[in-house]
Each structure stands twice: as structure tokens, then as C-alpha cells.
Design a protein around this ligand. Structure first.
Ligand SMILES: Cc1cc2nc3c(=O)[nH]c(=O)nc-3n(C[C@H](O)[C@H](O)[C@H](O)COP(=O)(O)OP(=O)(O)OC[C@H]3O[C@@H](n4cnc5c(N)ncnc54)[C@H](O)[C@@H]3O)c2cc1C
Length: 475
């Protein structure tokens, strides 16, 4: 191995570790709202983080309209003309995302205020000794940081192509990450999709949409999941009733629920939450979105194995936590078992602001890029660590259905604090990553129908926060 050599030529205000969606959303706000210099380092060869490793048919599961960075629109705000999400707002592919972030990075670097070091590993102590090592030459550089280091690696996003399966496999078992699916030249005797999160769903949809008979697919589903109904989180005026109607009804449901089970039952009855099988109570909630048409297509897969996690795959059987399932050596296993983000619900107490370190986390439900931009805005416009942390209370990342309630309680707390600050309200309304506030602000006072929806939401937010406390203490 090359012996590290040291140079000390980097001086910066912010050192950002990671040029994924979070690092870029953070850097974008610092770039536009301050004159600060930034050094950005990443192990990847270009910006975009895990989107560089993604399977070729991946798309965002939320609309592009409110993903990316604040200063630069993503996509053309069009709607799908065909397919399972027809009529809904476009969702970027991984290649669109990578190209979007590349263009943005070029703009940053051309300004002379940003230095970018791809193929570089941060190897400092996250405190005062900041250094990174080139993965190509082994050369190490020391960075002098005038303001802060920003750690965007905390959520530790993982995708199947970079995280091989944890279960054992006998020789001769064919297992591929879903990146390999489009390269298939010969059909196997059947497909076994392992995992029922967002990537497992994507693998099954891709197989079905490309002509695989549903009977040829076996779906290993260690846990069933709740999904959010994509039709109810659409931006755009034409979806106002669907989106704000859903937000208002969800508040009403939480505010009036007699028990936690009552919340889930009503969220499903109202069409806000979807599940694959009405006879199975899901235990997982990762916030993935799905359309009704996708759900209908997925429900054509009848071979669903609910016997817990796989422990090992032998040539003639799969060993699962709760029994064995027969198989044959000619099946193709599609591994979708990597967990997209690390789920720390209730176990992680890392603050966003701590001394000379910023750890971006979710401060709004399922909005990593809005959250990173918001945190950068707070960093550059507010004083005092205590105040900054009060405005940026991290939301616990959900894993189980119960965590949805914990996450919402923290979300409502943040929203309440933000609502007390006029300048912050104005910034949020202008943020393209927000998606919905500007829409609400554009409602005319004489538009009674829409005003009453907004009122319904506002009137129920306080009681919902109070009832969430009761529901959660009763657990
Ligand atoms: C398939 C999939 C679809 C998703 N769809 C959506 C969606 O529609 N909407 C949404 O809001 N979220 C979505 N997510 C969630 C996703 O976590 C976020 O969108 C976001 O991309 C995460 O970005 P990140 O910057 O936190 O992480 P990453 O993309 O993982 O970026 C972190 C970067 O840090 C670098 N790094 C790590 N350690 C070091 C080190 N020591 N030195 C240097 N560099 C380092 C890595 O190389 C990486 O490039 C999706 C996730 C997946 C997996």
C-alpha cells in the first residue's frame, strides 16, 4: 500500500463529508446565503451519493418537485403520461439525479469558493484533526476548518449493490443484487425476491412490468409494511384537495384516536396508508410511497413467504427464522435485504449542532433534503447552539409502525417552533424543497373550500400533538 504523504494546503470554513443528497442540499444553502468557503470530500467518484450505486430502474419515490437542492429545480415538473403512476408528478431516475448533482458541483467549483475531492476518504477524528486520504494515491491532506465539519454519513444509507446479503448461501445458489436484473439473458425457473421494503417492491414491480408471470415470483417477506399513498402527497394546485385533505384528515385522526390501533385503522380506511394484504397486520413502516395501481399489480404475486428473515439458502431449501421453504437450484435470488437508512428510532441522541460539528438529520418527516437545507439556513442565520438545536430537533427514524407516531410527535414539535418565527416561516414558504407551504400561502381568502381545509389542518395540529403524547405514554 502507498505510504500516506501529508500536505497542509486546505483551509476552509466548512468541511463537508459526503456529497450525497444531504451534503449537496446543505452546501447549496451555505453557497447562496453566505460567502463561506467549503471543502467537500467523498469516497464516490462524483456527487450524488448512493444514487451512483443505484439499480438502473430506480426512481425517487417522491416527486422530483421537492427533492434535490433549494436553488435548482429538478426535472420539468411534468406528470407521468403512462404507466402505474399516470397523472402523478414525475420522479427522477438515478441518472437524472447524478447528472443534476454533477452540474451543481461544477457550478460550486467554478465559483472558486468550493473545493471538491472525490475518491477521498475522511480519516480525521471529527473533532479537531481533519484529514482525508485519496483512494487513488493514498496521499493524505490535512484540512484546517475555520468554522465547522459537517458529517453527512450519519444516516449511513445502504443499497444492495454495495451491501452483500448477510445470510449464508450454498455453492451453486444464484443470487444477484437487483442492479443485475436488466442484464438477464436467460429466464431462470423462477425468481425469489428477498426483502419487502422499497427495493423489494421495486424488484417485484420491474419483474412484473417486464413480463414475468406472477406465478414465477416468490416473495420472501420477513415483515409486511405500511406504505403511504402516493396520490396524497402530490404537489400542484390540482392536487390541493387530495394532499391538504389528507394532511387535515391525518391530524383529525390523530387528535381523535382512542388508541394506537385506532390510528392505523383510520389511516387505512381513509386511504392514506396502504398494505399489500388486508389479512396481515404490517409491523414495518419506513415511509415508502406507493400508488394504488402498483399495489394492485403487486397483489398478483401469490407466493409470499412470511416465515421471518432468511438465515441461509441451500440448494433445495431456504432456511428461515420460522421454518424451511422448498426451492431448487435453478431459481434466481434477487437480494433486496439492505436497509436504505439506518433506523435509530429512540436509540440515537446525536444533536444536529454540537461544538464544531454539524450532523444533519431529518427535522421534517421523510424530507432529508429539505432538512439539510433547513439546517444550513439555521446555521448561517441563527446564533447560539441551544437555539439552533431547539429549531432542529432530530426526528427518530421509523422502523416499526409505532415509530410513525413518535416521528410525528417530534415533527409537530419542530413545526410549532418554526411557526413562531416570522422570518423562518417566510424562508420555508420560499423553499422549493418544502413542496406544500407555498401552495397553502397561495390560497385566496375567498376560496372558502380550501381555506376551510387549511383551518381543519391548523385546528387539529395542537390537539393531535397533545393526543400523541397520551397515546405514546400509554404504550
Ligand atoms: C432506493 C432509494 C430511494 C430513495 N428515494 C427517496 C425519495 O424519493 N425521497 C427521499 O426523500 N429520500 C429517498 N431515499 C432516502 C435517501 O436516504 C435520501 O434521499 C438521500 O439520498 C440520502 O442522501 P445522503 O447524502 O444522506 O446519503 P448518501 O447518498 O449515502 O451520501 C453519503 C455520502 O457520504 C460518502 N461517505 C461516507 N463516508 C465517508 C467518508 N468517511 N469519507 C468520505 N465520504 C464518505 C459516501 O460515499 C456517500 O457518497 C431513497 C433511498 C434509497 C436507497
Amino acid at each position: 500500500m502507498t505510504k500516506p504523504t501529508l500536505t497542509t494546503d486546505c483551509l476552509t470554513d466548512y468541511l463537508i463529508v459526503g456529497s450525497g443528497a444531504v451534503g449537496m442540499a446543505f452546501a447549496d444553502v451555505i453557497f447562496h446565503e453566505t460567502n463561506c468557503r467549503m471543502v467537500i470530500v467523498d469516497r464516490h467518484h462524483g456527487p450524488g451519493g448512493h444514487w451512483n450505486d443505484a439499480y438502473p430502474f430506480v426512481r425517487l419515490h417522491q416527486p422530483s418537485a421537492y427533492y434535490g437542492v433549494n436553488s435548482k429545480p429538478l426535472g420539468s415538473n411534468s406528470k407521468d403520461q403512462t404507466g402505474l403512476n399516470v397523472g402523478m408528478y414525475e420522479r427522477a431516475t438515478s441518472s437524472e439525479l447524478v447528472s443534476y448533482y454533477e452540474q451543481l458541483m461544477q457550478q460550486f467549483v467554478a465559483s472558486g469558493r468550493v473545493q471538491y475531492f472525490p475518491m477521498s476518504d475522511y480519516v480525521g477524528d471529527w473533532n479537531t484533526d481533519h484529514r482525508f486520504r485519496s483512494l487513488m494515491s493514498g496521499e493524505e491532506r490535512v484540512v484546517t476548518v475555520a468554522k465547522k465539519i459537517v458529517d453527512t454519513t450519519h444516516l449511513n444509507t445502504s443499497v444492495p449493490s454495495t451491501h452483500p446479503p448477510k445470510y449464508a448461501m450454498a455453492e451453486g445458489v444464484h443470487c444477484v443484487p437487483l442492479n443485475e436484473l436488466p442484464r438477464i439473458k436467460q429466464s431462470p425457473s423462477g425468481y425469489l425476491v428477498v426483502g419487502a421494503g422499497k427495493t423489494g417492491v421495486d424488484a417485484c414491480l420491474w419483474l412484473l412490468e417486464n413480463g414475468t408471470p406472477p406465478d414465477s415470483i416468490t416473495w420472501i417477506m420477513p415483515r409486511d409494511s405500511w406504505f403511504q399513498n402516493r396520490a396524497k402527497v402530490q404537489p400542484g394546485k390540482e392536487f390541493f384537495e387530495a394532499s391538504y385533505g389528507s394532511f387535515a384528515e391525518q391530524m383529525e385522526i390523530i387528535a381523535g384516536a382512542a388508541s394506537i390501533d385506532d390510528v392505523y385503522a383510520k389511516l387505512e380506511a381513509g386511504g392514506h396508508w396502504l398494505r399489500l394484504d388486508k389479512t396481515v397486520q404490517p409491523s414495518m413502516y419506513h415511509g415508502a410511497l406507493m400508488s394504488q395501481s402498483e399495489l394492485e399489480l403487486l397483489s398478483t404475486i401469490k407466493n409470499v413467504v412470511r416465515m421471518g428473515r432468511i438465515q441461509g439458502i441451500e440448494r433445495d431449501q431456504i432456511v428461515l427464522a420460522n421454518g424451511t421453504y422448498p426451492t431448487d437450484a435453478n431459481r434466481l435470488y434477487v437480494d433486496c435485504s439492505a436497509s436504505a437508512v439506518q433506523f435509530h428510532a429512540g436509540t440515537d441522541s446525536t444533536p444536529v449542532f454540537a461544538g464544531n460539528k454539524i450532523t444533519p438529520q431529518f427535522v421534517r418527516t421523510f424530507q432529508p433534503t429539505f432538512s439539510a437545507a433547513f439546517i444550513a439556513h439555521i446555521e448561517s442565520n441563527f446564533e447560539g447552539e441551544e437555539q439552533k438545536n431547539q429549531l432542529c430537533g432530530p426526528l427518530p427514524m421509523p422502523d416499526k409502525q409505532m415509530d410513525w407516531l413518535r416521528m410525528h410527535a417530534a415533527n409537530l414539535r419542530n413545526q410549532y417552533r418554526w411557526s413562531k418565527n416570522k422570518a423562518l416561516r417566510a424562508w420555508i414558504a420560499k423553499s422549493r424543497l418544502d413542496g406544500f407551504t407555498a401552495l397553502a400561502m397561495s390560497v385566496k381568502p375567498w376560496d372558502f373550500k380550501r381555506i376551510s381545509l387549511l383551518r381543519r389542518y391548523g385546528m387539529n395540529a395542537g390537539p393531535a400533538a397533545a393526543n400523541l403524547k397520551n397515546l405514546l405514554t400509554a404504550v
